[in-house]
Structures are given as C-alpha cells and as structure tokens.
Design a binder for this molecule. Structure first.
Ligand code: UDX
Length: 442
C-alpha cells in the first residue's frame, strides 16, 4: 500500500519511518527543501533515539523516500497522513492554517479514492472541516474518507510507543476507511494491541482528554508535594501509596518543576479553548494550566530561599535544560522561566545539558554560560540546581562536586537524590515534597 505522510516534523517522521517498517511504501513530504535534502542524504533533522537507524534501514530497502513534491505523493497514495504543525495562537487556540493548506492540496490532486488521516493534534471538528474543504475544492470528483488517528508518542521513546502502543484510536465514518486503517496497523494485531474504533469527533477528543488528564495527574501530585512540605509528609511515599490503587496507577505521579514540552501545555490550553467555544468552562483543566504556572514560579522561590533570600550576585549552576531527559527539546521547558527569573534577580547562571544547549541558546537570556559537563557547571557555584533528570546526573561524584562548589548547596527539582544521603555527604539539600525527617524506606 502506498502512503503519503505530509509534514516531516517530529510526528510525521516517526509515523513515516514506523509505517515503512510495517512494510508500507511510504513517501514523506515537506515543503522545507533544506529538510528534505538532509533526509535524502540520510541525515535526520531531529533527535529521537532509534529514528536514524529506522529511516536508514527502510530507505535502503526502498520503502521510504522523501520529497517536496506533494502532488506526486498524493496522487500515488491510497492513504495520506496529515502530520503538519498546529501551533498555538496568541489566545491558546490551535492554528489550523497548515492543515487547511494540506487539505486544499489533497483536493487539487485527488485522482481516485483516498483515505485522509489526521495525525496532528487538531481541535474537535477539524475532521469535518477537512472533509468539507476536500469535497468543495475537488468538486466531488472522487470519493474519499476522513479519519482521525491521533498519536500518543512520547519524545525519547516515540519509536517504541508507535510499535507497541497501549491502544490505536481510529475515528472514521465508513467501513472501507476503517478496513484500510486496520490493514495499515496489521502488525499491531499480532501483539494484541487494543483498537478503539469510533467516530471522528470522539477520536479527536480522546487525544485532548488523555493529555489533559495526564497533565492533571502531574499537577495533582505537584500540589500534594506542596502539602507534604507543609505537613511533614514525603511525596514519594504518598505517591506510592496512592499509585498502588489500580484505579489510580503509579505512573505520572512524579513531582517536579511542572510539566512542559510540545504537547501538554499546548493541548491543555487548546482544550479549555475548545470547551469555551462549545459554551462550557472546563474548570479543572483551566485550573491545571494556572497551577502549572504557579508550580514553576514556586521553584524560583525554592532556589531563592535555599540561597538565603536572594540570588543576587551569586553563581547558580544548572543541570538539565530540556523539558525532560533524552530530548534536545526546549519547548515550554520549566528551565526557561526558572533560569530567566534567576538571571533577572541578579544571578550568574552556568548551565549544562547533554543535548539541549543549542536550542537553549535561542530561548534563555544571553548571559547564561554553557558548560562542558555537570562538574564544569558546578565549579564556583553557590547553589547547584537540577532541573532535568538526565541519567548522568543521578550518580555524580559527590565528593568531587563538594570540592568544586563554592557552597555545598543542591536544589534538586526532580528528586534525583535521597535527602538523607545528601545531608550525610555534607550538602545542604532541598528537593520537592520531601520535608519529612527520619523516614523508613518507602
Ligand atoms: C506527552 C504524552 O505522554 C504523549 O502521549 C503525547 O502524545 C505528547 O505529550 P511528551 O511531551 O514527550 O509526551 O512527554 P512526557 O514524557 O509525557 O512528559 C511531559 C512532561 O510531564 C515533562 O515535562 C515531564 O517532565 C513531566 N512529567 C511527567 C512530570 O513532571 N511528572 C511525571 O510523573 C511525568
């Protein structure tokens, strides 16, 4: 089966590479000539573990190719996946202009029955809009179906998430389109992946509702962590005790400096906007968006307090800038407001991240100094702040660190270290939601 994937960004490339690995004949399209030229040379423009190998393997096998020629790719394909960006507008709503442009192009090059699949996260009702655009612009010359097939990929484990998903969601109206989608995902039947077959609107909402629920879960534990600090409880013990209830589940109960990334902030804001447009104020998600901002600001208070009330004139070492480990992605990273506030309050910031420093330079204040490694960032610092839990920060040589720091103070916003051990090792140590003393092991 011939497949076209329009939009060779993060979602498009992972989708294209994985579908070609399923044995499909895939053409990835993008209007960015530089990007396509890179991909044709075998270079992958984004950082995602395993993606370069998968692209190389399937390109070599002749199942995966890259082009800027959308017309040819559309004409050739039976299924066309739309995976272009839906960036947030000023007011938080999703900007659909790229999706609309693709729908118009598909309409112009329709030459037979096609399944048009949205992979991009699009507001509820977009499937209908695409259908209307294609119908009007193609003058009803050929039949086609519109399908919503949202992705649930996490950066850093996107390939694994695509190949072994918890579920595949297919929103469609007609049986022919559902049958084609099932064919495309046939390898997942072998591993007994559950399929949720529903209408387009439900599929579109599943994506937003899932991301908003996860963001709520994280925000909930972040607020529990605040209570723990005030009441002498330990958030790890509380999360474990909660998570063992199978109705709650243990995942996404890790406290930290607030959620970030390309999905949760955008999708929570978009969902509140979608709800308002539908005449409903989605109170819980609006509050989550608000509280997440407060959590990030609270991290600055924590650092300032640990430093004795002010960071002015102090050197702060920062470990980790990406919104989470195993990515170079700085989008909505909590490091942005935290580092910006520290600089504004007069701190000299020396930072290190294993992958995100190039991207960080674009969004952090110009005075931030970028270091060789964790020890370099710690050198001469009055306070060392861990913002992203990269594995390499989990087993630092504490004696060496103490020797390098101007003052043995660590503020660990991801609870990478054990408070007792850090204090025993001679550090003043602050973390999130673990104020309890003399705890037995969880
Ligand atoms: C997320 C969803 O998981 C994925 O299904 C969706 O398709 C896109 O958005 P991603 O943005 O890659 O994926 O990151 P994820 O691993 O889910 O983490 C999101 C944010 O939540 C990060 O900032 C992370 O640090 C934070 N987080 C996650 C916590 O603070 N605590 C947790 O327990 C889990």
């Amino acid at each position: 089966m011939h497949i076209a994937v329009v939009g060779s960004g993060y979602v498009g490339l992972v989708t294209g590479a994985c579908l070609s690995d399923f044995g499909m004949d895939v053409t990835c399209v993008d209007k960015d000539e530089k990007k396509i030229a890179m991909l044709q040379r075998g270079e992958v423009p984004i950082y995602e573990p395993g993606l370069d190998g998968l692209i190389a393997k399937n390109a070599k096998a002749g199942r995966l190719r890259f082009t800027t020629n959308v017309a040819e790719a559309v004409e050739r394909a039976l299924a066309i996946f739309i995976a272009v960006g839906t960036p947030p507008r000023e007011d938080g709503s999703a900007d659909l202009s790229y999706v609309i442009e693709v729908a118009e192009t598909i309409a112009a090059h329709l030459n037979g029955y096609k399944v048009v699949v949205t992979k991009s996260t699009v507001p509820i009702g977009t499937g209908q809009l695409i259908e209307q655009i294609i119908r009007e612009k193609s003058g009803g010359r050929f039949p086609f179906s519109v399908v919503s097939n949202p992705e649930f990929l996490r950066e850093g484990s996107a390939i694994e998430d695509f190949m072994r998903p918890d579920r595949v969601v297919i929103g469609a109206r007609d049986p022919q389109a559902i049958a084609i989608m099932k064919d495309i995902y046939a390898p997942l039947y072998l591993i007994e992946t559950p399929f949720v077959i529903t209408n387009v609107e439900s599929a579109e909402l599943i994506k937003y509702a899932s991301n908003a629920f996860l963001a709520t879960k994280i925000t909930f534990i972040n607020e529990v962590a605040i209570l723990c600090e005030k009441l002498g409880a330990d958030v790890h013990h509380v999360a474990k005790g909660m998570g063992l209830d199978r109705r709650i589940g243990p995942k996404f109960l890790h406290p930290g400096p607030g959620y970030g990334g390309s999905c949760f902030p955008k999708d929570t804001r978009a969902l509140t906007d979608i709800a308002r447009q539908a005449g409903y104020r989605f109170g819980i998600v609006e509050t989550v968006v608000e509280v997440n901002e407060k959590i990030k600001a609270r991290m600055v208070d924590k650092i300032r307090t640990a430093c004795g009330g002010s960071v002015s004139g102090l050197t702060v070492g920062v470990l980790g800038l990406a919104f989470k480990p195993e990515t170079d992605d700085m989008r909505e990273s909590p490091a942005i407001p935290i580092v910006t506030a520290l600089v504004k309050e007069g701190a000299r910031v020396r930072a290190f991240d294993p992958a995100a420093m190039d991207n960080a330079k674009e969004v952090l204040p110009a005075t931030v100094e970028y270091c060789q490694d964790a020890y370099d960032a710690a050198t001469g610092a009055h306070c060392l702040v861990i913002i992203t839990e990269w594995n390499q920060f989990r087993s630092l040589d504490l004696e060496r660190l103490k020797g390098l720091l101007a003052r043995p103070l660590v503020v660990d916003l991801r609870n990478v270290y054990e408070p007792d051990k850090m204090r025993e090792a001679g550090f003043a140590y602050e973390c999130v939601g673990r104020a309890a003393a003399n705890l037995p092991k969880a």
